[in-house]
Structure formats: structure tokens, C-alpha cells
Design a protein around this ligand. Structure first.
Ligand code: PRP
Ligand code: MN
Ligand code: MG
Length: 182
């Protein structure tokens, strides 16, 4: 598995330090409130798990599974709900947790949905931001790291469901995904 990685982009230690830093900011942000932390499955799982342990205030957790990619590298251009929230959104302060914003399609869909459901506030925290991939106007409130327009995997991010369990973020060797597409 590690042999498929061309280079490490962000180490395990850098990720851990960033989770602590973001958690401290989020603790201040949500002090005296009871936010609903929404993890976007499956990619956000490791980041959500690590960052939440640095948020020292009451919070509720829920999960949404939406999918815009067909397992490959190219967006199908459609977002579908695979699993919806169990929690009522109306009046809640939402913290959406993502692993990466690429085209922005997933998050713009979710933000519209949660506005329609009358959330009191919506904030987005993403570990990675790939601004060069953007096709829709969406900006995270908090970003861990900006990444170049390369095929990144690990720490939740997959290629054909593999590599999510890598403890670091790496760039996949082009021969693995067979092309120069990012
Ligand atoms: C990936 C990633 C983000 C989204 C970002 O999820 O985890 O959720 O794509 O891309 P976008 O900004 O172009 O929408 P994916 O749909 O592949 O599902 P997964 O999290 O289960 O891998
Ligand atoms: Mn995802
Ligand atoms: Mg994916």
C-alpha cells in the first residue's frame, strides 16, 4: 500500500498538530453553545475523530453520507444522499466537518440543504482545501492545509475505496490511477 505513494504531502505529526490548533479555535467558537457536528462520510471520519477530541465544549455528533464521485477520480456532477442525518437541523448551530473541498459540489449542496432546513448557523471546517479544483463558489470557514491540484489520498481520502487508512496525506503515483488527471 505505501509503495503506491509517490510522496508524503502532510505527515501524521503535522495533521495531529493541526487538529489540536483547529480544536482550540473551535472550542472558543462554540463555548456556551451546543453545536451539531456533522461528519461527511466516509472521508471525514479520521479528521472528525481527531479534531473533536480537541473541542472542549458540549456538542452533538451526527453523520451524513453523500456521494458525488463514482469511485474514480472524476466527479459525476451529481450529489446523492446515501444516509441522511438523524437529527433535526432547525435552529441548530452546525459545524460541517470535511476531509477535502475540491470542486465544492458536495459542500454547496449540503449548505443549501441545511439552509433550507433552517439551521441557525453553518460553519465548515475542512482539513484540506484544493482551491484549483473549485467549480462552485464555496469557502470553508476554517482550513487545515491547502493542497495542490494533485491526486491526494490517505487519512480518509480514497482512490477506489483504498488508502483511507493511511495515517498521512500522500500523492498517489500516476501509474496507479492511470493518467495525469488530478
Ligand atoms: C470526497 C471528499 C469530499 C468530496 C470533495 O468525497 O471526501 O467529501 O469528495 O469533493 P468536491 O468538493 O468536488 O465535492 P466522496 O464523494 O468521494 O465520498 P467519500 O468521502 O466516501 O470518499
Ligand atoms: Mn467525502
Ligand atoms: Mg471518495
Amino acid at each position: 500500500m505505501h509503495n503506491d505513494i509517490e510522496k508524503t504531502l502532510i505527515t501524521e505529526e503535522e495533521i495531529a498538530a493541526k487538529c489540536e490548533e483547529l480544536g482550540q479555535q473551535l472550542t472558543k467558537e462554540y463555548e456556551e453553545r451546543f453545536p451539531l457536528a456533522v461528519g461527511v462520510l466516509k472521508g471525514a471520519l479520521p479528521f472528525m475523530s481527531d479534531v473533536l477530541r480537541h473541542i472542549h465544549t458540549y456538542l452533538e455528533m451526527d453523520f451524513m453520507d453523500v456521494s458525488s464521485y463514482d469511485g474514480g477520480t472524476r466527479s459525476s456532477g451529481e450529489v446523492k444522499i446515501v444516509k441522511d442525518l438523524d437529527t433535526k437541523v432547525e435552529g441548530r448551530d452546525l459545524l460541517i466537518i470535511e476531509d477535502i473541498i475540491d470542486s465544492g459540489l458536495t459542500l454547496s449542496y449540503l449548505v443549501d440543504l441545511f439552509k433550507y432546513r433552517k439551521a441557525n448557523s453553518i460553519k465548515i471546517v475542512t482539513l484540506l482545501d484544493k482551491p484549483l479544483g473549485r467549480t462552485s463558489h464555496i469557502k470553508a470557514d476554517m482550513v487545515g492545509f491547502e493542497v495542490p491540484n494533485e491526486f491526494v489520498v490517505g487519512y480518509g481520502l480514497d482512490y477506489q475505496e483504498r488508502y483511507r487508512n493511511l495515517p498521512y496525506i500522500g500523492v498517489l503515483k500516476p501509474e496507479i490511477y492511470g493518467g495525469d488527471e488530478a
